[in-house]
Design a protein around this ligand. Structure first.
Ligand SMILES: [Zn+2]
Length: 247
């Protein structure tokens, strides 16, 4: 019966039905504020407890939002560049009073981007030096062949007292980043780097790579600032580091 219903319902009604059945009090998404019985699995291979059934946010978007809130980074007048913007997170940031919000992503055919997202090459950004007080760059660098040039650009567009927030998929078991520019087959990239359009898998040396391009780096772990119970309730991963970078 349920399978038949699933097949017959149009997509929008499926989402509504899922939201109805997922409503609850066991977890609460810090981004959209909705309570749910659980977060849903997401990713390849699927991670349990990852996706908010209401706003579609993942662990990293929720962690980013909590970090921005806790550090009170979204003050009036702050100029924010959000690279490859997550829709829910972008909406919350842009709605903060007085925040000057710019979103940019490399436009690829067949993809849809949140409204107002400009076409942006992160290795050659059309902004003057020191144009932003806050740059959010989450799960971007692993797609960029010349990530060192992207890091230099990140440094260039940061204001003297500006902060960049960098997140990447990372194998913390490995000291060295694994990359091979000759691997271009999407299936090989998936196998070696974890996703069909990733060009490397970062190791612990990401920090040195950022430092080599003139950035000062501070490593933060959600596990250090929240209890296991809090992380469960908000659907955060303890082991995923967030890097604050400064020029
Ligand atoms: Zn949510």
């Amino acid at each position: 019966m349920l399978a038949l219903l699933k097949r017959l319902l149009p997509g929008s009604m499926k989402i509504r039905a899922r939201r109805y059945f997922m409503r609850g009090d066991q977890v609460r998404c810090p981004l959209c504020g909705q309570g749910a019985i659980a977060f849903l699995p997401a990713g390849t291979p699927p991670r349990a407890h990852a996706l908010c059934p209401f706003c579609g946010s993942l662990e990293r978007g929720r962690m980013m939002w909590l970090h921005l809130q806790r550090r009170e980074m979204l003050r009036p007048g702050v100029r924010v560049l959000h690279i490859a913007p997550e829709k829910g997170l972008g909406r919350r940031i842009a709605a903060m009073p007085g925040v000057v919000y710019t979103a940019g992503d490399k436009h690829e055919p067949g993809y849809r981007y949140p409204a107002g997202t400009i076409d942006l090459d992160i290795t050659a950004m059309p902004f003057p030096e020191g144009a932003f007080d806050l740059v959010i760059c989450s799960h971007v660098l692993e797609h960029v062949p010349d990530d060192r040039q992207a890091m230099r650009e990140l440094r260039r567009v940061l204001a003297p007292d500006g902060v960049g927030l960098v997140l990447v998929p990372q194998d913390l078991e490995c000291a060295a980043t694994f990359e091979d520019p000759t691997v271009t087959d999407p299936r090989e990239r998936l196998r070696l780097f974890g996703q069909f359009d990733h060009v490397r898998l970062y190791g612990r040396d990401l920090v040195e790579r950022l430092q080599a391009e003139g950035l000062r780096v501070e490593t933060l772990y959600p596990g250090a600032v929240s209890s296991a119970e809090e992380r469960f309730r908000m659907g955060l991963r303890a082991e995923e580091p967030l890097y604050e970078v400064r020029r």
